[in-house]
Design a protein around this ligand. Structure first.
Ligand code: HEC
Ligand code: HEC
Ligand code: HEC
Length: 280
């Protein structure tokens, strides 16, 4: 059913669709082999949470890849190996890895990782864990997708797709400068409706560090500013604030307000994936 909808929309006359993958699904763990030939399963499962950023090349501001045993065995400039640093940072409550708000391994997983480091980091294999510094599996958490029409004139249209790029081609009047979608997990499928609590907002911070715009996020995830022009001093940074005051922050300054252009299913231009709803 979902597959049929996706296929139907591919015939829409927009350039974007021409380059989009044939389905919203990841081709069954193509890069899982990288993991499976390097790490035993309990270690690969822990590292899969790191592979939202510590890929090769790294994303999300991470400085190093952690995709092979050799990369983990390499010496850190902070002393010890990167595997030892990994363990320290996973247990660091002040500066945790993964950073606050991103999916993290459980305590049993971290203990298994510690035992693996202590026993000399034996190579292993694991078939079941996707990632490995490659393609992460995608989901549609809400189970609901934007229907198979090109546009429905609704502000909830085309969630997850680069809004402004399409509007500049198809509907310049609606090419507002800041547009995007907030999601509950990092790798949500294109056109999947989100599910966001009322009161969630995106704050655009200008180059002087001042919150210049506050954009309400719609229950189905989309947000947008009112104007074709930025009307803030660029470059900007941004953060998502939940109704309870939790925050997900982008610290890298940007010039483009077409948020989903970088916050794709897998993440492009160094973004780790979707714009995340803050959770804790
Ligand atoms: C959302 C992106 C992200 C995820 C996910 C992530 N990291 Fe990082 N990592 C970073 C960033 C950014 C830095 C550099 C800033 C810092 O050190 O805090 C970093 C730095 C590091 C460093 C080098 C600095 C040091 O203290 O030695 C290690 C080691 C590390 N991360 C381990 C991990 C491990 C292990 C995981 C998974 C359990 C993980 N990271 C998950 C973004 C991420
Ligand atoms: C495939 C191209 C395409 C994409 C991608 C797209 N739009 Fe649109 N959008 C359109 C077109 C065409 C219209 C004009 C529709 C109309 O007036 O019926 C439009 C109109 C709109 C409008 C005006 C609706 C109204 O009330 O008149 C809003 C708001 C909007 N889009 C938001 C978004 C957001 C937010 C995104 C990204 C999450 C997005 N769009 C992505 C093509 C697109
Ligand atoms: C040109 C690419 C690009 C654009 C455009 C962009 N971002 Fe980002 N974003 C990144 C990169 C790279 C990171 C990771 C480094 C960092 O956190 O600064 C990131 C991280 C984030 C994060 C924290 C991690 C996450 O996945 O949630 C948030 C929140 C965020 N961006 C929000 C936004 C919003 C809101 C917009 C649009 C107003 C936007 N971004 C536009 C590249 C981009």
């Amino acid at each position: 059913m979902m597959r049929a909808i996706v296929a139907a929309s591919l015939v829409a006359p927009a350039c974007y669709y021409a380059s989009a993958p044939a389905t919203g699904e990841v081709p069954g763990g193509t890069d899982a082999q990288i993991a499976s030939t390097e790490f035993p399963c309990e270690v690969a499962q822990v590292l899969a949470t790191c592979w939202n950023c510590h890929t090769n090349p790294p994303k999300g501001g991470a400085p190093i890849p952690l995709t092979t045993r050799a990369e983990l065995a390499a010496a850190s400039s902070l002393g010890g190996t990167y595997a030892e640093r990994a363990l320290i940072r996973m247990r660091d409550t002040a500066k945790p890895m993964p950073p606050t708000g991103f999916p993290r391994p459980d305590a049993a997983g971290i203990d298994a990782f510690a035992a693996w480091v202590q026993s000399g980091m034996p190579m292993g294999s694991c078939e079941g864990v996707p990632g490995g510094g490659g393609v992460a599996p995608t989901v549609c958490s809400s189970g609901q997708k934007f229907p198979a029409v090109f546009d429905d004139g609704s502000p909830d249209m085309n969630p997850g797709l680069p809004c402004r790029a399409c509007h500049l081609r198809e509907e310049e009047d609606e090419a507002r400068f800041f547009m995007g979608t907030v999601y509950p997990t990092l790798h949500e499928e294109d056109r999947c409706y989100s599910d966001v609590p009322t009161g969630t907002r995106v704050e655009i911070i200008d180059r002087n560090g001042v919150v210049a715009l506050t954009l309400p996020v719609r229950p189905r995830g989309n947000f947008m500013s009112n104007s074709f022009n930025a009307n803030v001093t660029l470059p900007f940074t941004a953060r998502v604030v939940s109704p309870t005051g939790d925050v997900m922050q982008m610290t890298t300054p940007q010039m483009s307000g077409d948020c989903n252009g970088c916050h794709t299913e897998q993440g492009a231009n160094g973004a780790p994936g979707r714009i995340l709803l803050p959770s804790n």
